[in-house]
Design a binder for this molecule. Structure first.
Ligand code: OOG
Ligand code: NI
Length: 453
């Protein structure tokens, strides 16, 4: 088999993510404004912090910064989820992580389709947070059955997209022409439709049960509901959004600002209210699409994550109702208990690191010492924080809520079912902690092997 006949999954994902961004910029002009702001803030940050610029370049993160984004969609049935899984596989994106949003009163559970190996992440880390509606959590029988019947009628994929996925699976790749066609056809699934498939009464009945149910059920497809560029200074973005006419959500989600950023910080702007034509020619509106910004830090181990969750839990009662400035101040006080030094994070086993030989290490040949901390002290080995590539359920809940309106509802809580989502996908969900741990372990082995062990 001549592999070079086929376009690599990384290249297809890169083309797709650019096409998606272009489509969303055309559909939602505020997103374009946001991208300009992020670009400006990233350039200002790098200009003021040459050490950060140098570090990004050294860590191969420079290239990906400009193309980096995630998006989100919500689908209605197991069949749609299974087909999406196959479609994303063409682009080297696999389901990683299980997120139960029922705890936030949203009747969905989710995974993120994303690249998993280092080279692919460095090429373009595009990820899609994908939620599956859980109609089984809706208690009203008539409404649940109505929604299921409507969903059963639609096909969110074009015939050509289906055919190209099958072609990919049978021949093991796509040729240049097929890959181009694939990007165009796959994009159709994520397009906005200003006409609903149902009448206004049906929309309102579903909306009254939960806004998200109406969003998933009433349209021809799972329109992309936001795209999220990566910034190097989210506090600056939050401050500057009003200057470009964008109103940010009240507070930045996630951990506070730190010297060693951890996990993920996110903020967004409110969803737009858009005009919709319903079946029977009634006019109405629907609110779904928004913009979001994220700043990423180091991935935490299970211990680090437990500490994060505990501190976040402690902060909850104390930050309730605060504006962003006070919220961040209180968070920072509480997170003083979370070591903010790379060496400490490593020695206490709170975060994941990738080990590499330094120049001195490469020149050293065989070295007797096997203790990594000693090797780091002797400047033979360096440890780089591994970037967190995933999502945070509490933050996601905050993003959902700020865009769905209304506060928390307990109606659907306590219903995590990873098995049900895996069954819908038709494959096991990859455990994100295992990916980071494996990455760290592999780098440790490589370093020790290079030093003669
Ligand atoms: C997804 C919200 C979650 C994030 O970045 O945490 C999310 C949605 O609203 O569909 O995108
Ligand atoms: Ni998001």
């Amino acid at each position: 088999m001549n592999l070079s006949l086929y376009v690599s999954a990384d290249v297809i994902r890169d083309r797709f993510s650019r096409a998606m961004s272009a489509m969303y910029q055309a559909e939602v002009p505020q997103y374009e404004t946001l991208l300009d702001l992020v670009d400006q803030v990233n350039r200002d940050t790098l200009a003021h912090d040459p050490a950060l610029a140098e570090r990004l370049a050294r860590y191969d993160e420079f290239e990906r910064l400009g193309v980096e984004r995630h998006g989100a969609i919500r689908v209605g049935s197991a069949g749609e989820m299974a087909m999406l899984r196959r479609l994303f596989a063409v682009m080297g994106m696999f389901p990683v992580g299980y997120y139960d949003l029922s705890v936030a009163g949203v009747p969905v559970h989710s995974t993120a389709f994303r690249p998993i190996d280092d080279a692919s992440l460095a090429h373009n880390p595009f990820r899609l947070f994908t939620s599956l509606l859980r109609l089984e959590l809706v208690e009203n029988d008539a409404l649940r059955e109505r929604a299921a019947a409507i969903l059963a009628e639609r096909d969110i994929f074009t015939p050509a997209a289906r055919e190209l996925v099958e072609r990919f699976e049978s021949q093991g790749g796509l040729t240049e022409a097929q890959a181009d066609r694939f990007v165009t056809e796959a994009l159709e699934t994520f397009r906005w439709h200003s006409d609903a498939t149902v009448d206004l009464d049906t929309y309102e009945a579903l909306h009254a049960e939960h806004r998200l149910i109406a969003d998933v059920v009433c349209f021809r497809g799972p329109h992309i509901n936001h795209l999220t560029p990566r910034t190097l200074d989210i506090d600056d973005i939050q401050r500057r959004m009003p200057e470009v006419g964008i109103e940010p959500k009240a507070v930045i989600e996630g951990p506070p600002r730190r010297d060693c950023p951890i996990l993920l910080r996110q903020t967004s702007f409110k969803a737009l209210t858009e005009s919709i034509r319903f079946a029977g020619r009634n006019q109405g509106t629907h609110t779904a699409r928004f913009g979001e910004i994220e700043q990423r830090g180091v991935a935490l181990t299970a211990e680090g994550r437990a500490l994060y969750d505990r501190l976040l839990g402690q902060s909850r009662a104390k930050t309730q109702g605060l504006d962003n400035e006070s919220h961040q101040r209180v968070l920072a006080e509480i997170f003083a208990a979370f070591p903010d030094d790379e060496g400490e994070l490593r020695r206490q086993g709170l975060a994941f690191f990738e080990y590499r030989l330094t120049e001195a290490g490469r020149a050293a040949g065989t070295v007797v010492e096997t203790d990594l901390e000693t090797l780091i002290e002797r400047d033979l080995v360096e440890a780089r924080p591994i970037t967190y590539e995933d999502f945070l359920p509490v933050s996601a809940a905050g993003i959902f809520q700020s865009n769905l309106g209304g506060g928390e509802s307990q109606a659907y809580t306590g219903n995590a079912s990873r098995e049900a989502l895996e069954e819908a996908l038709g494959v096991a969900i990859i455990d994100e902690l295992e990916l980071y741990a494996e990455h760290e372990r592999q780098s440790r082995e490589n370093v020790l092997a290079a030093l003669g062990h």
